[in-house]
Design a protein around this ligand. Sequence first.
Ligand code: FES
Length: 145
Amino acid sequence: MLKAILSVGRVAERCGVKVSTLHFYEQKGLIKSWRNEGNQRRYKADVMRRIAVIKAAQKVGVSLESIKKALATLPDNRTPSTKDWEKLSTRWRDELNARIAFMEKLRDSMTSCIGCGCLSMKNCPIYNQEDKLASQGSGAVILNR
Ligand code: FES
């Protein structure tokens, strides 16, 4: 499979995306293809791992720009090795850890005051008496700390 040359339709089907999405990813410089004699797009099989990583990262809110920078660390001229992916994940680790921490905080603060000014939760008077947190900024001040 590693050496397989895949059509745009096969990649779209296997990755669960529309062909237009592949064109969009290519336009954004996230993936690459080449044209065969019939001027049809062709991809190497490792493009499917890139697409899976793009989709997963987008799902947790990572920007296309950040994804592009991360994927740019992978070699173009050969199939990325485990070491290459390790390098990418090290580079991305801090951003992903920050996202994980924020999502945990969001999960854990659903029953508590998040400092948004609503004063509607039981413990708002404790954490945000008379919306004193408004002086520290806009939005969910506690959640965004
Ligand atoms: S949750 Fe909105 S101010 Fe406390």
